[in-house]
Design a protein around this ligand. Structure first.
Ligand SMILES: CC(C)(COP(=O)(O)OP(=O)(O)OC[C@H]1O[C@@H](n2cnc3c(N)ncnc32)[C@H](O)[C@@H]1OP(=O)(O)O)[C@@H](O)C(=O)NCCC(=O)NCCSC(=O)C[C@H](O)C(=O)O
Ligand SMILES: [Mg+2]
Length: 293
């Protein structure tokens, strides 16, 4: 829920947009999204890479995106655009640089060195995309490799491709991978966001997948279309009933403590310290979300 180096910030909705698409860059200024990924990689055609890089860096420098967390996804290590993308993004100083297809801790360390050599300011963090079988198997070492690393991002499209798997509702084919990446992120104390849902017209399928991600423990979900933002924010925010329940849990425990007891019950259910911790996180998340508006 929080990363280990900075205060919690909501990442319920994390929207990709092709940085070559100027309408989308404008539109994003009006969307209630928690974070934006200004994409230079898969959503951008080879002959538009240079203009996309210029647009993304100009967007970061513009200061026109308000409280939204602003990140730039560079092309992958080893591609012909990677070095120029990383240098330009580091100089622009977004909240994070998102790197696709990171495969090992060694790659994380060399990315951080390159960011620092290019003068990335201290606030610019690294988000590593986990989207290959090797990355899933190395997720823990990737998550722990550097203090600059703030978030793991699932790349489920690439993962399906690499596994030779087929998408079915419920995502049985990638459940193990999703769980391993979540375990790694939580063990390292970094944030973790779920992969994208490709059918922008299938609102019901999107909601089912977003809810599954929330139940599993993801901080939020990556998105590809403005229409997915509102539903995603709702799914990943604590509901009024959860906030009320959290307050009741804390109150019941405090009453028990005042009476010299270490445990309490609420409506017949046991309440211990750990439930109070969870309740406090629910309240902190709700407060952080309320503070956005
Ligand atoms: C999927 C799209 C190509 C659909 O585009 P379009 O047909 O233009 O949609 P609409 O006409 O419904 O758009 C309505 C307005 O919204 C703006 N728009 C559309 N998409 C975005 C967006 N992502 N961000 C901001 N604004 C957006 C349009 O410009 C319209 O604006 P206006 O006319 O002013 O009202 C398109 O949505 C799209 O390109 N999406 C992003 C695709 C993308 O980034 N893909 C790469 C990442 S996904 C991935 O693969 C992750 C990972 O690597 C993995 O492996 O899984
Ligand atoms: Mg990908």
């Amino acid at each position: 829920m929080t990363d280990n180096h900075t205060a919690y910030r909501p990442r319920r909705s994390v929207l990709y947009m092709p940085s070559s698409n100027e309408r989308a860059l404008e539109k994003a200024k009006t969307l209630p999204v928690d974070a934006l990924i200004l994409d230079l990689e898969d959503a951008v055609a080879p002959d538009a890479k240079d203009i996309a890089r210029e647009n993304a860096c100009a967007a970061v420098r513009s200061g026109a995106y308000g409280r939204r967390e602003l990140t730039i996804r560079v092309n992958g290590l080893g591609s012909q655009w990677h070095d120029a993308d990383l240098a330009a993004a580091a100089a622009a100083g977004p909240d994070a640089i998102v790197v696709p297809k990171v495969g090992s801790a060694e790659e994380v360390r060399s990315l951080v060195e390159a960011m620092e050599a290019a003068g990335a300011p201290a606030h610019t963090r690294l988000w590593a995309m986990v989207e290959t079988p090797a990355a899933v198997l190395h997720a823990e070492e990737i998550a722990l490799a550097s203090d600059r690393l703030a978030c793991l991002v699932l790349g489920t499209n690439d993962l399906y491709k690499e596994l030779g798997a087929t998408f079915v509702p419920g995502r049985a084919a990638v459940q193990t991978a999703l769980q391993l990446v979540l375990l790694a992120a939580r063990a390292a104390g970094v944030a973790v966001v779920d992969g994208v849902y490709n059918d922008v017209k299938d609102a019901e399928g999107f909601l089912a997948e977003a809810r599954q991600g929330r139940e599993m423990g993801f901080d939020g979900k990556t998105l590809i279309h403005p229409g997915q933002v509102g539903p995603c924010n709702d799914v990943f925010a604590p509901g009024a009933d959860e906030v009320e329940q959290a307050r009741a849990v804390i109150a019941a425990f405090e009453t028990a403590q005042a009476q010299g007891r270490g445990v309490a019950t609420l409506n017949g259910r046991l309440i211990e310290n750990l439930h109070v911790d969870t309740a406090r996180k629910v309240l902190a998340t709700a407060e952080a979300i309320a503070a956005l508006s």
